[in-house]
Design a protein around this ligand. Sequence first.
Ligand SMILES: N[C@@H](CCC(=O)N[C@@H](CS)C(=O)NCC(=O)O)C(=O)O
Length: 190
Amino acid sequence: MAEHQLYCFAQSGNAYRAALMLNLIGADWEPLWVDFFGKGEPRSPQYRTNVNEMGEVPVLVHQGKKLSQSAVILTYLAERSGKFRPESEDERLEALRWIIFDNQKVNGFLGPYRFLRCFAKPPGDPAFILGARPTIADLSLVAYLYYPAEEFGFDIAAQHKNIAVWLDRIKALPGWKHPYDLMPGHPLPG
Ligand SMILES: N[C@@H](CCC(=O)N[C@@H](CS)C(=O)NCC(=O)O)C(=O)O
C-alpha cells in the first residue's frame, strides 16, 4: 500500500490540486477512485461516516490522518515536504489569501458551472427544494436567478427547463415580485 491515499476521480479539479501536488513533490501515493457520477458516492452515509462527513472529494489519507478540503491538503503536504511552501509569514498569508479567493470565486464557480453544463442529469422533479411546499431553501436559491440573462451572458432558465418551471412556481406565490421592482435602486443612474 502506498504511503498516501487520495480519494479522487478524474473529472474533479478540486481533487486534481491534491493529486498534482502529490506527484510534483514525488510522494508515494495512490488514487482511491470515488464513484461520483454513477452512485453519487460522496453523499452516501457510508462515505460521510468512513471518509468525509462533508461528503466531498478530495480526501487525503496519511499516517492515520484523513484530511479534506484541498486547501488543507495542499498546506499539509507543503509543510510536510517543504516543497511549494510559502516561507515567511507574509508569504503564508498571501498564499492563503489567493487560495481562499480561488476556492470561493475562481474554481469555486468554474467547477459547478462545468458540472451543470456537462455532467448533471435533469432531475425531472416537479417539487420545491425540500418537497411539496416552498421553504427558505427556495428563497435562498432564487437569489440571483430572476435577474436578466443579459447580465450573466447566459440564460439559466432557457438552458435548464426544470429550473425554469421551478422559478415559475416561486413566481406564482402571492407577494412575489422581481428584485428590480421589490427594492429601490434600479435602474442605476446613468
Ligand atoms: N472546497 C472543496 C470543494 C470540494 C468539492 O466540491 N468536491 C466535489 C467534487 S469536485 C464533491 O466532492 N462534491 C460532492 C457532491 O456534490 O456530492 C475542496 O477544495 O476540496
